[in-house]
Design a protein around this ligand. Sequence first.
Ligand code: NAD
Length: 332
Amino acid sequence: MKIAFFEVKDWERDFLAPQFPGCTLAFHPERLDSSNLEAAAESECLSVFIYSRITAADLDRLPQLKLIVTRSTGTDHIDTAACRQRQIAVANVPHYGENTVAEHTFALILSLSRNVHKSYRHAVEGRMEMAALTGFDLKGKTLGVVGVGRIGMHVVKIARGFGMRVLAYDVRQDSFLAELLNFTYAPLEQVLAESDIITLHTPYLPATHHLLNRERLRLAKRGALLVNTARGGLVDTDALLEALQSGQLGGAGLDVLEGEELIREEHELLHSPRAAEALQALVRRSELLKMDNVVFTPHNAFNSREAMQRILETTVANVLAWQRGEELNRVV
Ligand code: NAD
């Protein structure tokens, strides 16, 4: 089988090259578009990231094509209806970093609870007043998890390991999961009122836009910490700034900011200088990031070596499954 990979970096090529014995592989660092379709003309399988747009007209120029494996979760860049008509299978990478984002959530929580970021800054500046750096134990505290899906579930597990009580709010409740992981579902108002730390893990949808607005933030326990590794638009930024300034919230750990919704897939940030620049501009403008009680990472929660590797492993598995006649992660 001939497989053409587009938008591949050197380290990805080095991993992928030995995975398909007996196949003829071609690696292209650039994206696939109508100007370089010739490079894929003989391929039965194409593997792309989101900047390669594959239209119906392109498919007509790829007569051997039987499978497209996108190394992304989204498939908007591929005309999947046209693929269906031409009986071209399409597979994606539905998830790759749930424990990765959950671990990062705790990096932010611990940074705030033990003043790691402040300690570093004070020490570098030669300031050693320990009283200003007193933190608090997680053991025995209540964590409010908003959205117990793939990432939220890992957050609950880690929190239980720290000896935290976990309250959770989700529109879908799974009583088996709650029993297994030893947490309790509660209405959002109660989660906000009783949690020492609130962490967000819902998708950003019209229904979750400003899920934490001014009124809801007022319900939080005074001095609670808020952590957001999901999407910036879940929180009203002005209301968050006010809550931090007034002490209603004691601190915030943010991996995402409102306004960066243009980023469709997290690892786009590793591929696209444009996406990274847009985020940089947003960071420069944000008042929040000037605050002493805010710890910020630039949409980096997904970014571990293992998570990036899992994207490639899933891509390999998708191709091998298709060769065996099995359906794995198939969207078409
Ligand atoms: P998921 O779909 O597995 O889980 C989401 C959970 O939210 C589900 O249990 C769902 O029922 C719940 N939910 C949906 N609407 C809700 C609502 N209105 N109120 C309460 N709960 C609601 O998703 P996931 O894989 O766990 O990802 C969660 C979020 O993390 C997503 O927004 C995703 O974009 C974000 N994310 C961020 C990074 C990063 O690097 N910062 C990386 C990956 C994912």
